[in-house]
Every structure is written in C-alpha cells, then in structure tokens.
Ligand binder design. Structure first.
Ligand code: NAP
Length: 476
C-alpha cells in the first residue's frame, strides 16, 4: 500500500495509473492508462458496431438492458464497496447510488420499446407526413467522480436503448465503478463494440477526439461548467449534438409558515449528502428572519451528530472530500466568509484526529449571517458547508435565489400552496423541490438552465437526447 502523499514514489506499471481511497490516502488499484491509440480503437469499434446495433430490434435492446439491471442488483454489494473505497461515501449511500444507477437500465429497457413516431395532417390532399426517430450515432461520454455509477448509467442506458453505440471516459479518481458497470454490460452479452470504456489519467486527448472525430455524432458531458464550456465550444465547431450536465448553486428557501424543525432536517440531509459534493447540493440557505434562530439551532444540532470517517466502517455518516484541492477550496471559502462577517455556528476546520488524518476530512459546518459579498455566495462549494442567509419577504428572496448564473436545482419549504406555486413558476432552475429534498428518479428529467447545462437526463427527455427526428413527406 502506498499513501497518496507519496504518489511520486509509486512504482507505476507502464500505462497504468493509481486509484486512491480518499478516506485513508491508500492506493487501492492500478488501472489501464489509455492513450491516443486506445481512444482511436474504441471509437473505431463503436463505429463498426453501430450498424448492427442501431438495426437491432427495440425488443432485443430492451432485453439486454433488463438483464443489465438484474445483474447490477445481484452485484449491488460489490459495486457499493468499490464505490465507497474509491469515492469515500458511506456504504449505505453507495448502495443507494447503485440502486439509482441500476434504475436507469430498467427504466430505459422499458422506454426502448416506446420510441413512437407520429403522423401529421398534411396541407395537401395528396400528401402524407410521418415522423420517426432514429439513433443519432456514436456517442462520446465523459463523467465525473462524485456519483461514479449513476452518472454513467444515466448516459449509457438511454444511448443503448436508442440504438446508439458509446465510448465513455470516467473520472480519473473513480474508474473502478466504471469498470464494474462495463463488466456487467459485457457479462449480459452486449455485442462487441457497442459499449466501450476508456480509462485515462489524461482527459485532453479524449476531449479532443470526442469533439473533433467525425464518427462521434454526440457529446454528452457531466462535470464542471468550466470544462463543459470548453468542450461545448470545441464540439460546436463540428456541429455535434451536445448535452451538458454542469455545476450548480442551489438556493434552499424556508418560508415563515414552514416547520423550521422539519426544514432543518431536510437541509441537513440534502446539504451533507455525499459530503456536499453534489451538483444539486444547497449552496445558499435562505431562512425567514422570524424562524432563522430555531432553524439554525436544529440544523447545527443535527450536523454536530454526523460521524465522519471511512465509509466502510459501521456508524459513519459522512465521508471525506475527494482530494486536496477540494479540501483547500472549502477551507478558503470558510475563511473568506468568516473574515467578511459570517458567524461560525459549528465546524469550520479540517478533521485531523487519529484515523482521519490521512484522508481529506472537513468538519460538517454551519455558517450564519452569510451575505452576497462572500465567495461562498457565488462559487459552487462542493463541500460540507451550510451557509445561512436571513430574508424578510417573498419578492426579495425570489430575486436573491435567481441571482446566479447557475440554474440546476432549487428547494422551497412552505405549507402555503400559493407561495409554493409562485416559487415553482418564478425560480429559474431546472429542478424544484417543494418540501422535497430528493426530486430525482430515473423516470424524471434531470438538468439545468444557464451555466448548469443543456439538455436533460432521465425520463423520456433523456432518451430524446440520443435520437434524431426524421420527417417523411409522401406525395401519393
Ligand atoms: P470536471 O473537472 O469538469 O471533470 C469531469 C470529467 O471531465 C472528468 O472525467 C474529467 O477527467 C473530465 N475532463 C476534465 N478536463 C477535461 C478535458 N480537457 N477534456 C476532456 N475531459 C476532461 O468535474 P469534476 O470535478 O469531476 O465534477 C464536479 C463537477 O461536476 C461539479 O461542478 C458538479 O456540479 C458537476 N456535476 C454535475 C452534475 C449534473 O448532473 N448537472 C452531476 C454531477 C456532477 P479527469 O477526471 O481525468 O480530470
């Protein structure tokens, strides 16, 4: 075993890279470090397989996807353990993610058989219009480390259901979950070349190939807005279809009629999920001034009971951050907020006691009196920090909540139906949770507006991302 701090001394087998456990700093595996020639081979294999796969019946594609679901369920425990080891989330959360990931196989197995077309009344008596949908072609996919299985199946399942073939590059930190998912596809009998995995420590050549190779017809990316923007620009030059699931800066608004205890419970669950490393994690918690003290005290109390540690250990409820830069970003945002007048209610430092000192642990933190001049108010945090901002009225909080270039998720706690509806309609975000901290499912469209991306994953919309629409005009 080698610690991450000694990375330069790892004796790396040629063309491999090391995967580390962020809770312990230990090296846990070596995986192939694919280069240009491997990327070319994968795209060529996908291109070659496309003809037969796109021509397979929807029933065949659905059957294989159903088998993938069943096998993933059978291997749930193995996949969850691998995920906890490479990503850090507690085992229970990893099991939940594997279930969510598998749900995409089942949902798209069902949807594969429902790619319906349409007939349209034509303007001429001797004319007929039919509309059909066809797979878009070979897909290039890139995924992040924070949800190492579900971010993959959310792309692979609809692509394969539609009749596309795919080449996928997972994040460097979490290739082991990707390898397990692709093993499942192999084991259930997807034909060679239909689904191809490229693991690499150097994303540049993959990005270039996916944005310039004429055989790739679609780029689907989940990750930071910065990288998404760069890839989107490059893909635009060759007019590839693009889907982007990018960063977020979610507002969480608690109105005075809401139960502050219930709302604080919701905030503690969604904010600290995955150690705050989620694109839909609340980043600005607006609480009405009349209940802010009670809300803050309940939240701090719950946060204080979170147990940080290695996710494989019984009783651990929050894992580490993914790496040193993530830890540094969180530390910087907290220091900036406190220097500018925020009050540290609980947490506020790195956790370095015995057992945690080799990992990237930061104390679950609550900050109150946060304001618009602080970095945390604008930048995605991606860490276990809950920033609370008091507000006085609905109009001003709606304006504040919308004052961001991101537009992924937003949350509202209220018992007033009219307030709920006005907020649902007024918030410029792709996903709105009304008294609901988990507005996601394989059956529902997930995605954002503005700097949070383009397109949707999940639901019927997620399948449409991999289909071309074709119109037939017939003179009879
Ligand atoms: P990231 O740095 O953008 O990386 C995402 C993926 O892009 C990784 O596979 C990475 O490879 C790859 N990549 C980086 N530079 C590249 C390049 N020049 N060409 C091609 N690929 C490149 O993001 P991250 O830190 O992994 O993920 C966190 C971000 O993802 C957050 O902003 C979060 O909000 C967002 N996210 C969004 C959603 C959503 O559904 N909207 C879901 C999950 C996460 P390497 O690992 O090798 O660098």
């Amino acid at each position: 075993m080698t610690s991450r701090g000694e990375r330069t001394e790892v004796s790396v087998i040629e063309s491999s890279f090391t995967v580390f456990n962020p809770a312990t700093g230990q090296a846990i595996a070596e995986v192939p470090d694919h280069g240009q020639a491997d990327i070319e081979r994968a795209i060529a294999a996908s291109d070659e397989a496309y003809g037969a796969w796109s021509g397979a019946t929807a029933y065949r594609r659905a059957g294989l996807l159903r088998d993938a679901y069943a096998l993933m369920m059978e291997r749930k425990e193995v996949l969850a353990k691998v995920m906890t080891e490479e990503q850090g989330k507690p085992l229970k959360a990893a099991r939940n993610e594997v279930q969510y990931a598998a749900d995409f196989f089942l949902w798209y197995a069902e949807e594969a058989r429902r790619v319906y077309g349409a007939t349209i009344p034509a303007p001429r008596a001797d004319q007929r219009f039919i509309v059909s949908h066809q797979p878009i072609g070979v897909v290039g996919a890139i995924t992040p480390w924070n949800y190492p299985s579900s971010m993959i199946t959310r792309k692979v399942a609809p692509a394969l259901a539609a009749g596309c073939t795919i080449v996928l590059k997972p994040a460097e930190q979490t290739p082991l979950s990707a390898i397990e998912v692709f093993k499942i596809l192999d084991d259930v009998g997807f034909p060679d070349g239909v689904a191809n995995l490229v693991t690499t420590s150097d994303p540049g050549p993959v990005g270039r190939a996916f944005t310039t190779d004429p055989r790739i017809r679609k780029l689907t990316f989940t990750g930071s807005t910065e990288v998404g923007r760069m890839l989107g620009e490059a893909a635009g030059r060759s007019l590839k279809r693009v889907s982007m699931e990018l960063g977020g800066h979610a507002p969480f608004v608690v109105f005075p009629d809401a139960d502050p205890v219930h709302a604080a419970k919701g905030a503690s669950l969604v904010k600290f999920l995955n150690t705050g490393q989620a694109c839909i994690s609340p980043n600005r918690i607006y609480v009405h001034r009349s209940i802010v003290d009670e809300f803050t005290s309940v939240l701090a109390d719950r946060v204080g009971k979170l147990v940080a540690g290695n996710g494989l250990e019984e009783g651990v409820s929050i894992g580490p951050l993914v790496d040193a830069p993530a830890l540094e970003k969180v530390e910087r945002q907290v220091v900036d907020a406190v220097n500018k007048g925020a009050e540290l209610v609980t947490g506020g430092s790195r956790l370095t006691e015995e057992g945690l000192n080799d990992g990237y642990f930061y104390a679950p933190t609550v900050l109150s009196e946060v304001d618009t001049g602080m970095a945390i108010y604008r930048e995605e945090t991606f860490g276990p920090i809950a920033p609370i901002i008091p507000f006085d009225d609905e109009a001003s909080v709606l304006e504040l909540a919308n004052d961001t270039s991101y537009g992924l998720a937003a949350y509202v706690y209220t018992n007033d139906l009219s307030t709920a509806m006005r907020m649902f309609e007024g918030l410029r975000f792709g996903i709105i949770g009304i008294n609901d901290i988990n507005p996601t499912a394989a059956a529902a469209p997930f995605g954002g507006m503005g700097d949070s991306g383009l397109g949707r994953e999940g639901g019927r919309e997620g399948l449409a991302e991999y289909l071309e629409t074709k119109l037939g005009g017939f003179s009879i």
